[in-house]
Design a binder for this molecule. Structure first.
Ligand SMILES: CC(C)(COP(=O)(O)OP(=O)(O)OC[C@H]1O[C@@H](n2cnc3c(N)ncnc32)[C@H](O)[C@@H]1OP(=O)(O)O)[C@@H](O)C(=O)NCCC(=O)NCCS
Length: 144
């Protein structure tokens, strides 16, 4: 059976209300990230992945900077473990490959390290705290 959701790439201008709804639910309300840290000037220049149900409800998101930094990967709790996160990562990695980015990286929350390892991201350096949560940098080489 085909997936009961779609993932598309959008700019902040087009996706803002839906992207904000997902990130507010996951990062601010569920994980306790302070609102002033969640929203930054980078959203306007990033490319965003947006996952929607076939009924048009927003269920997941992520973003990639022009330098290949990936972040804000979030899936609503009731949609986790259904490959929505995988589809978001695939869309962002396809975008990076299409734009000849040599490498991508992510500041992974430590609980999500196994998720990123599935795409061959490799841990770099030490665990650090960001927005009150433990993170570790991970990178993936796309082109030698
Ligand atoms: C991390 C997150 C985006 C994963 O999304 P998801 O849609 O549940 O992921 P998928 O269903 O595509 O999972 C793909 C695989 O990774 C595994 N996986 C997913 N999240 C995992 C986690 N937190 N820890 C370990 N493994 C995980 C799944 O078990 C699955 O394995 P399988 O291929 O054997 O079935 C989601 O759990 C989430 O939004 N968490 C809260 C926000 C967050 O912490 N984001 C990461 C910020 S760095």
């Amino acid at each position: 059976m085909s997936q009961p959701f779609t993932v598309s790439l959008v700019c902040w201008h087009d996706g803002e209300p839906l992207l904000k709804a997902i990130r507010s639910a996951v990062f601010i309300r569920e994980q306790g990230v302070p609102e002033e840290l969640e929203w930054d000037e980078h959203d306007a220049t990033c490319r965003h992945a947006l996952a929607l149900t076939l009924q048009g409800e927003a269920i997941g998101c992520g973003r990639i900077f022009t330098n290949g930094h990936i972040g804000r990967i979030a899936v609503l709790p009731q949609w986790r473990e259904k490959k929505v996160g995988t589809a978001i990562m695939e869309a962002l990695l396809d975008y990076a490959a299409a734009h000849d980015y040599p490498q991508v990286d992510v500041d992974a929350q430590t609980h999500a390290v196994p998720f990123y390892q599935r795409f061959d991201f490799v841990e770099q350096g030490e665990v650090f705290i960001d927005a009150g949560l433990p993170h570790i940098k991970m990178s993936l080489t796309l082109k030698q």
